[in-house]
Ligand binder design. Structure first.
Ligand code: SF4
Ligand code: MG
Length: 326
C-alpha cells in the first residue's frame, strides 16, 4: 500500500484474552509501527494525511489487504482465514466507526434497518420483535429515541448520524472498535458530545479503542496512549499524559505547537515547516529530516532507532546518548 511495506502481527492470543479480560492487542509493522493496546484503553494513532494511519486502521479490521506481509489476529491471518464461521466470529468482535456518517449510512434505509443489519448478518437474534427491541436499546444507549428507528438518515443532524453509526457498530457486541477520525466531519460544537459518548460507552461496555486522528486536541480528550505516525513510521509512542506534558520527538513538538489550546500559549512556536513529503517515496534516513529544525548531518542517511526516554519510545537521533557525547 502506497509502496510502504507493512506487516502486522496481532500477537496471540489477543482476541481470546481481549474477550476474556486483561488482554493486549499488538500490532507490528516492518516500518517500525509496533504497539500494543490494553483492554479498555484508547490507543490514539496520530498523524497528518499520508502518514498511513487510515491504512493501518483498515488493515487492523480486515477491510484492506496489506500489499506485503500479513495482518494476523490471535495468530490467525485475517486475510487467509479459512471458513466463513471463523471469519464471522472474528469480524463480529471488531468494528469500525468512520469519519463521515453521511457516507457510511445507507440513505434509503430506515435507521431501524441500518442498525438491524449486523444483527441479522451475524445471526444474533432470530425473532424480528426481539431484534426491534434490541435496536431500541442500542438507540437509547447512544442517546437517541427508540422511535428514531422509523426515520431516515437525512432527518438527523451530523452528530446524530454519527450516533446512529455508533449504534450500528455496537449492534454486533464488539470488544475492539477502530474509530477513524470519528468527529472530524462534525461541527466543533458537537465533537465533544460524540467524544464523551464514546468514552461513556467504553466505560459501560468495557470497549477497547484504536482511535485514529490528525487532531491532537481531540486525542488529548480521549487517549490513554498515543502513537505519533510520520510517513508510515511510529516516531514517538508514550502514555498520553507524558506525551502532552513532555513531547520529545521534533515532529510531535511541531504537531503540539499547532494545536490551538490555551495551555499551550506562551510556549515557543514552531511553524509546521514544509508539506508532508510523498509517502510513496519518503526521504531517506529520518523521514522527517527535510522539515526538522534540529536536523543533523547523519539524519538524512541513518534511520533513527527507537530510543527509550522515560516511558516514551522516540525515533530520533537527538536521543542517542553516544551520538550526543561525540
Ligand atoms: Fe530531526 Fe534528526 Fe531527530 Fe529526524 S533524527 S527528528 S531529522 S533530529
Ligand atoms: Mg484518513
Amino acid at each position: 500500500v502506497g509502496g510502504l511495506r507493512r506487516v502486522f502481527d496481532l500477537s496471540k492470543p489477543w482476541l481470546n484474552r481481549l474477550i476474556e479480560g486483561g488482554g493486549r492487542v499488538t500490532l507490528t509493522a516492518v516500518d517500525g509501527v509496533d504497539f500494543s493496546i490494553n483492554r479498555g484503553e484508547t490507543y490514539a494513532l496520530v498523524g497528518e494525511s499520508g502518514s498511513g494511519k487510515s491504512t493501518i486502521a483498515k488493515m487492523a479490521v480486515g477491510l484492506l489487504p496489506p500489499s506485503a506481509g500479513r495482518v494476523s489476529i490471535d495468530g490467525t491471518d485475517v486475510w487467509g482465514e479459512k471458513g466463513a464461521d471463523a471469519m464471522r466470529r472474528m469480524r463480529r468482535k471488531i468494528q469500525m466507526i468512520f469519519q463521515d456518517p453521511f457516507a457510511s449510512l445507507n440513505p434509503r434505509w430506515r435507521v431501524q434497518a441500518i442498525i438491524e443489519e449486523p444483527i441479522k448478518a451475524f445471526g444474533l437474534i432470530a425473532d424480528p420483535k426481539d431484534r426491534a427491541a434490541r435496536v431500541g436499546e442500542l438507540l437509547s444507549l447512544v442517546g437517541l429515541d427508540a422511535r428514531d428507528g422509523q426515520k431516515f438518515p437525512h432527518e438527523f443532524s451530523g452528530g446524530q448520524r454519527q450516533r446512529i453509526a455508533i449504534a450500528r457498530a455496537l449492534a454486533s457486541d464488539p470488544q475492539f472498535i477502530v474509530c477513524d477520525e470519528p468527529t472530524s466531519a462534525l461541527d466543533v460544537s458537537v465533537q465533544a458530545q460524540v467524544l464523551n459518548l464514546l468514552r461513556d460507552l467504553q466505560e459501560r461496555l468495557g470497549l477497547t479503542y484504536l482511535f485514529i486522528s490528525h487532531n491532537l486536541a481531540v486525542v488529548r480528550h480521549v487517549a490513554t496512549r498515543v502513537g505519533v505516525l510520520y510517513l508510515g513510521r511510529l516516531v514517538e509512542e508514550a502514555p498520553a499524559r507524558e506525551l502532552f506534558a513532555a513531547p520529545k520527538h521534533p515532529y510531535t513538538k511541531m504537531l503540539l505547537d499547532a494545536v490551538p489550546d490555551i495551555e499551550m500559549e506562551g510556549k515557543e512556536r514552531l511553524a509546521i515547516a514544509g508539506e508532508i513529503p510523498n509517502p510513496v517515496n519518503p526521504p531517506p534516513g529520518c523521514h522527517f529530516h527535510p522539515r526538522c529544525p534540529f536536523v543533523m548531518e547523519h539524519c538524512s542517511t541513518e534511520t533513527p532507532p527507537a530510543h527509550l526516554v522515560g516511558d516514551a519510545a522516540v525515533r530520533c537521533h537527538l536521543f542517542a546518548e553516544d551520538r550526543a557525547k561525540t
